[in-house]
Design a protein around this ligand. Structure first.
Ligand SMILES: [Zn+2]
Length: 83
């Protein structure tokens, strides 16, 4: 039985190790500051940048994905395209 609180945990620890295929992370929109979930690329495909439109305000953003060598986890962060 899952509690909604589980979603909050993905804020910091973005994903599980590489054998999980549908890794997701919560990112914060740089325009409206709402959070939404994105599917991350596999650990073999990072670092990379994803062009993405906010699911709430539809503004474009770039989601930067990278692999932490410390814990072998893919992290993601959204940055605005206006800067
Ligand atoms: Zn937004």
């Amino acid at each position: 039985m899952k509690s909604p609180i589980c979603c909050v945990k993905t804020l910091r620890l973005a994903v599980k190790p590489a054998d999980f295929r549908m890794d997701t992370a919560l990112v914060t929109c740089p325009t409206c500051f709402e959070t939404f979930q994105v599917v991350l690329p596999g650990s073999g495909e990072v670092p990379c940048e994803l062009d993405y439109d906010c699911e709430i305000c539809c503004r474009p953003m770039v989601i930067q994905c990278w692999l932490s060598e410390v814990d072998d986890t893919v992290y993601a962060e959204a940055v605005g395209m206006d800067d």
